[in-house]
Design a protein around this ligand. Sequence first.
Ligand SMILES: Nc1ncnc2c1ncn2[C@@H]1O[C@H](COP(=O)(O)OP(=O)(O)OP(=O)(O)O)[C@@H](O)[C@H]1O
Ligand SMILES: Nc1ncnc2c1ncn2[C@@H]1O[C@H](COP(=O)(O)OP(=O)(O)OP(=O)(O)O)[C@@H](O)[C@H]1O
Ligand SMILES: [Mg+2]
Ligand SMILES: [Mg+2]
Lengths: 267, 267
Amino acid sequence: MAHIIVLGNEKGGSGKSTTCMHLIAALQRAGKGVGAIDLDLRQTSLFRYLDNRRAFVAREGIALPEPERGVLALSTRDSQADALAEEEENFAAVLNRLDQSCDFIVIDCPGAHTRYARMAHAAADTLITPMNDSLVDFDLLARLDPASGDVLGPSVYAEGVWKARQMRMKAGLKPLDWVVLRNRMAHVNAHNRARVGDALTELAPRIQFRIVPGFSERVIFRELFLNGLTLLDLRDVGQGSLNMSNLAARQELRDLLRALSLPNVKV
Amino acid sequence: MAHIIVLGNEKGGSGKSTTCMHLIAALQRAGKGVGAIDLDLRQTSLFRYLDNRRAFVAREGIALPEPERGVLALSTRDSQADALAEEEENFAAVLNRLDQSCDFIVIDCPGAHTRYARMAHAAADTLITPMNDSLVDFDLLARLDPASGDVLGPSVYAEGVWKARQMRMKAGLKPLDWVVLRNRMAHVNAHNRARVGDALTELAPRIQFRIVPGFSERVIFRELFLNGLTLLDLRDVGQGSLNMSNLAARQELRDLLRALSLPNVKV
Ligand SMILES: Nc1ncnc2c1ncn2[C@@H]1O[C@H](COP(=O)(O)OP(=O)(O)OP(=O)(O)O)[C@@H](O)[C@H]1O
Ligand SMILES: Nc1ncnc2c1ncn2[C@@H]1O[C@H](COP(=O)(O)OP(=O)(O)OP(=O)(O)O)[C@@H](O)[C@H]1O
Ligand SMILES: [Mg+2]
Ligand SMILES: [Mg+2]
């Protein structure tokens, strides 16, 4: 049974696709068979990143690990109920196929509450929610009292995860491991980071997620997009000159992988 | 006729809601009547920001300018065609109502290609597209050749704007002013910023947008969210201690407003 990892957060630009790409790279380099599903069917940021990688390999003649892909199409049926039924069939079929050959299936969700995204959240063994170090992003997890900073109640994305957990329990699946990480953190902004950190620490036990080490704002996480590369590929492509920021980026990725405690993955 | 400003970018987390909130604040302080429509019907980040503002005013007894709101609901009809027809009626009704009392109507779009978002893009007199200083964000405007950096062709969001322009022309409306700004820029990353800047400069004449000054990554743009405040409100609430970053932030907002060249707005 492949272990299903979902990158989910309805908040846009929280780092789902970026984290997804780097997780795929890290798992492949740990020797695992990885399947990738891009549920952002319009933007397809993950598959674009992977297309760029494929083009780089073809152009430069350098071998790089590439995941197997699961491709899903949007139903064109006019009735919502019919469209849902068709997409549920597609989703199950793709998961079954990838399950045959993969140790891990990594699913990148869009920043929206689509039918496929809801299916992915119910199918996830590990749900990774990256977020900006921001009370605006936090607002999609829970509402805070402006005066006291206390958690007032869950917001729309947390409620969605709760529903997915319910579906999972009804289907008799093992519990979802929900992890939240902060992304694009800057060293400056210590006060804001403490406010967000405190809010997350208070919220975590209430809606059942654990907080794992995340990523700093580092241009290395995005400047290799056109070539489809990640920092883990730099040695293979002969750009192994790891400066301070890249070494730190490697460590951040390693710390995340360790904290995820994935089955049979030694870090 | 109220001038309609739309914040649009299918790419999530590009700064639509943040730019929207600060533009509303700036226009109100320039003495204009402002209407606000939040088309992110699930996250409602803009209306949450405004709700927090309203709660602050009630709690602290400090008067602050608040825009008029236009509220839209998602159609629950099962057929796509029926849902579209109902939503088109809702949209026109809300615009007509706000038009009576507002100089400007500001519309915040979600990071997705929804029916209401498409209507907003066709209705926009000014379309503001904020984006991260990133080739990943750029990828939603156009594809670049990885080797040469040349623009290969428009991507999904640029095509959406083109379709909106077509609808506008057929309806006999004046041309859309499409402006693109970079958001969350960091002083470090000069090389990456130059790459994105060059790509934007090459693309601008081809798909007909102009580039305007944007915003740096500054915690002042997000740390006041819980109280619904912007940096323009700090003097009114007695926190007028403008440090270097806040003064620079003010100037960035002023520079944007000037570059927008809005009717009857002196900056
Ligand atoms: N740690 C990081 N350092 C630097 N840039 C980053 C980092 N993480 C993400 N980015 C950049 O931030 C932007 C948003 O990231 P990304 O596209 O991964 O988010 P997303 O959650 O997948 O967005 P969407 O909701 O649109 O799918 C992109 O421009 C990306 O290149
Ligand atoms: N100039 C800035 N400086 C600091 N933080 C910023 C800035 N602009 C935006 N942010 C933060 O970046 C994140 C994304 O911004 P925002 O929510 O405005 O984007 P959006 O395009 O409306 O996203 P969505 O696609 O989810 O609607 C938020 O956490 C916000 O607080
Ligand atoms: Mg994405
Ligand atoms: Mg928004």
